[in-house]
Design a protein around this ligand. Structure first.
Ligand SMILES: NC(=O)c1ccc[n+]([C@@H]2O[C@H](COP(=O)([O-])OP(=O)(O)OC[C@H]3O[C@@H](n4cnc5c(N)ncnc54)[C@H](OP(=O)(O)O)[C@@H]3O)[C@@H](O)[C@H]2O)c1
Length: 249
């Protein structure tokens, strides 16, 4: 059997109602996993759920920016072999305009939610030995953008956290890794496009070494990290799409 096969594995995927998380859920189910997906919007979450391959999957609605919802979610879950943290927000907020409420809104979802979710799963012994935890960071921690200080800070914090976590869970064979995609065509980037000029978005796209990515491009890497093919890989951060260079003409 292929080392990439996910049969017999339970996989939790947050942010599965859209974009990267949705594709991760669809692909994980195609590779044989039983998937447990979360989203906030019922119609979008159910639409992912209805497209999953195989049976035994479940979906949950939860606002992960509210810490109180995390233990409630974990209570309903069986032990997991894989966790993929895709729920996230982005935006522009120039440094001089940052208020405490902005810090809270970025950190509550992008950092606190995955960190508290892992804490709760570990406490309840709901991450099986040899499990795999995958965080979605961003190429922007290495190639910052104007107005991105809060978004980039949440992702940089996540990268640091994942490295420490890899040390703490290694004795159980559990692995923790980050993926750092460049520009992926999802609702998140459509929303970003609505707040800046087309010229800016064109420049961002042209600066991607391999062009803009599709959710599938991230899902392939997620499958690798969830599978036994990556059983000797932990504490890493895989850059997807290459470095960002000067805009191509
Ligand atoms: N797209 C890119 O270019 C790119 C590049 C690098 C990294 N990333 C990262 O990849 C991850 C997925 O991004 P994406 O592009 O797939 O974005 P997306 O299409 O906008 O999806 C975001 C997901 O997060 C969920 N979400 C938002 N707020 C939530 C909350 N308070 N509680 C629970 N779930 C919430 C959304 O759920 P609902 O739809 O149900 O509200 C949705 O499922 C993010 O962490 C993002 O930072 C994206």
């Amino acid at each position: 059997m292929s080392a990439f096969n996910l049969s017999g594995k339970n996989v939790l995927i947050t942010g599965a109602s859209s974009g990267i998380g949705r594709q991760a859920a669809l692909s994980a189910s195609e590779y044989g996993a039983t998937v447990f997906i979360t989203g906030r919007d019922e119609t979008r979450t159910k639409s992912t759920f209805d497209k999953l391959t195989g049976s035994g999957h479940q979906y949950f609605l939860s606002d992960l920016s509210l810490a109180v919802e995390i233990p409630a979610l974990v209570e309903k879950l069986p032990p997991m072999d894989g966790i993929v943290h895709c729920a996230g927000i982005t935006g522009h907020m120039p440094a001089k305009f940052i208020k405490p409420s902005h810090i809270d809104s970025y950190f509550n979802l992008n950092y606190n939610a995955p960190v508290l979710l892992v804490a709760s799963l570990l406490k309840k012994k709901k991450i099986n030995p040899k499990g795999s935890i995958v965080f979605i960071s961003s190429v922007t921690t290495q190639h910052p953008f104007f107005g991105g200080s809060l978004y980039v800070s949440t992702k940089a914090a996540l990268e640091g956290y994942s490295k420490v976590l890899s040390v703490e869970v290694a004795d159980k064979g559990i692995r923790s890794n980050c993926l750092s995609p460049g520009y992926v065509k999802t609702a998140m980037m459509e929303a970003t496009g609505a707040t800046v000029s087309q010229d800016v978005m064109d420049k961002v796209e042209k600066a991607q070494m391999l062009g803009a990515g599709q959710p599938e491009d991230v899902a392939y890497a997620i499958i690798y990290f969830l599978s036994d093919a990556s059983r000797w890989v932990t504490g890493t951060n895989l850059l997807l799409g290459g470095n960002i260079g000067p805009a191509k003409q």
